[in-house]
Design a protein around this ligand. Structure first.
Ligand SMILES: Cc1cc2nc3c(=O)[nH]c(=O)nc-3n(C[C@H](O)[C@H](O)[C@H](O)COP(=O)(O)OP(=O)(O)OC[C@H]3O[C@@H](n4cnc5c(N)ncnc54)[C@H](O)[C@@H]3O)c2cc1C
Length: 446
């Protein structure tokens, strides 16, 4: 008997980091199947004439070197991390904690508390009680949304700034999330490091994960889609395993069968439920929860900028006065390699309040040229991406996360449908990966 076989479905950052953790343990044979021809999912980039254009993530690690993502990616193995610094992975600090562009005026803050002079004394006075409020878990039957909760304590000016940040980060406004989620997200942001840019962009992290997987004998198979999950007994060749997994290689009609003793699913709950045969019983309520959960969409522009722009910061810049766009970032002020020499890359993000995507793009573009006084003279639009359906901003809205356990022993979900309470973006994914991996590992060993 060889080692137990673990299969990871999807080579997003959640899938690859789960695979790396299992492969580092040395106890399992690990294979990753990815339906696209590239690894990294929404956390990588494609080169466009020297500009590193994101497939999703705008090259930001929200909580820098003090969040769950840094703990997982850069942390020492003794503390449960992957120690990918060995493969050249690093996070570079943004030049500012945050910035604001409002009515043509540009402001920068070096630390979280550096933003307070921009707002009223009431905001500074009430902030400590917000940061001290118990919000490690959801507050149960919540009826109050985040905006209503904050309006009792803070000025509109302060809330609009933070709300623009929420639009930029999670593609939702405060009135679309439970109050406890908003409070915890703000606490995590104020208590953490400033955002960082992965060295070499998001792909720098993905390349590090792939190098680690290679080192530990795990395989990543690109252009291979998992189409079905059956009990191992379904096929003669897989009967020694718990699962029989149907894998279709791009360009081929026939699926081949692969045996697995555990599965980490990174492709989103709807895809998992679709692949599972009727032999498996999904926990009560999970199908309804998945059916009722809408992924969150968004729109992002990429601009090439010349080096004469008056703004010289890689801090996330909030645009609180705009209806659609939350903000922008110029990561090349932290890592110049993300654009050709002497040029900069600017990435914007806007939430989508209306399903009419084309008109939302037009309105976002208008907003940007109106709010950023130097954009017309110094910028050139490279592309605009819409994120929706199977390639969204967030598979589950922040505050409405789905369970990592759908009720099947040996299968766990990872990715941005399954984030820990109040942890946003890759911080949320990383907060869950160690639990998912430890549960599937126990199921293989037990
Ligand atoms: C516009 C935008 C900006 C963002 N900015 C940031 C940011 O700056 N910082 C940040 O931390 N986060 C950011 N995010 C969020 C972050 O990019 C995502 O949360 C994260 O990349 C999602 O990773 P994941 O592991 O959930 O999987 P995904 O990236 O969704 O990867 C899942 C993979 O599974 C594959 N797959 C699915 N089904 C199958 C199947 N049946 N067989 C084989 N393969 C399959 C898919 O092809 C995909 O490659 C942003 C997102 C967007 C869209």
């Amino acid at each position: 008997m060889g080692k137990p076989k673990a299969i990871v479905i999807g080579a997003g950052v959640g899938g690859l980091s789960s695979a790396a953790k299992m492969a580092q343990s040395g106890g399992f044979e690990v294979s990753v199947f990815e339906r696209m021809s590239f690894a990294g999912g929404r956390f990588t980039q494609h080169d466009h004439d020297g500009y590193q254009i994101p497939t999703g993530a705008v090259h930001m690690i929200p909580h820098g070197k003090k969040g769950p993502f840094a703990d997982l990616i850069l942390g020492s193995k003794a503390k449960g991390g992957l120690d990918l610094g060995r493969h050249g992975v690093d996070f570079l600090p943004t030049s500012h904690f945050a910035c604001r562009l409002s009515d043509g005026k540009y402001q920068t803050a070096k630390s979280a508390y550096g933003i307070l002079p921009w707002f009223s004394a009431k905001d500074a006075l009430n902030l400590p009680s917000l940061l001290a409020k118990g919000a490690k878990r959801p507050w149960g039957d919540e009826t109050v949304d985040g905006r209503t909760f904050l309006e009792r304590r803070f000025s509109d000016d302060f809330i609009d700034f933070l709300d623009a940040f929420s639009n930029f980060a999670v593609s939702l406004r405060f009135d679309q999330m439970p109050a406890s989620t908003v409070v915890r997200m703000l606490q995590n942001s104020f208590w953490s490091d400033r955002p960082h840019v992965p060295k070499g962009g998001c792909k720098g992290v993905i390349d590090g994960l792939r190098a680690d997987l290679r080192e530990n004998g795990a395989r990543v198979k690109l252009s291979h889609e998992v189409t079905e999950i059956l009990p191992g007994s379904a096929e003669e060749s897989t009967k020694e395993h718990r699962f029989c997994v149907g894998v279709r290689r791009r360009g081929r009609d026939e699926a081949s069968w692969v045996g697995a003793d555990a599965i980490v699913h990174n492709g989103g709950h709807p895809n998992l439920l679709k692949a599972l045969s009727d032999d498996f019983e999904v926990a009560e309520g999970v199908r309804e929860q998945v059916r009722d959960t809408q992924a969150v969409g968004g729109i992002g522009f990429c601009f090439a900028l010349d080096d004469d722009i008056p703004v010289r910061s890689s801090g996330v810049t909030m645009l609180p006065s705009l209806e659609r766009v939350g903000g922008f970032v110029i990561p090349t002020f932290s890592d110049p390699s993300l654009a050709p020499e002497g040029k900069h890359l600017m990435v914007t993000h806007q939430f989508v309040p209306d399903a009419a995507v084309k008109s939302e793009i037009d309105k976002g573009r208008e907003d940007l040229y109106e709010a950023i006084p130097w954009l017309a003279d110094h910028g050139e639009e490279l592309c605009v991406h819409t994120y929706h359906r199977n390639w969204p901003c967030n598979r589950a809205p922040q505050g409405a996360e789905l369970p990592m356990d759908v009720g099947i022993e040996g299968i766990r979900c990872v990715g941005d449908g399954v984030k820990g309470h109040g942890w946003m973006m890759v911080e949320g994914i990383a907060s869950n990966v160690p639990h998912a991996v430890s549960q599937v590992s126990d199921s293989m060993l037990g």
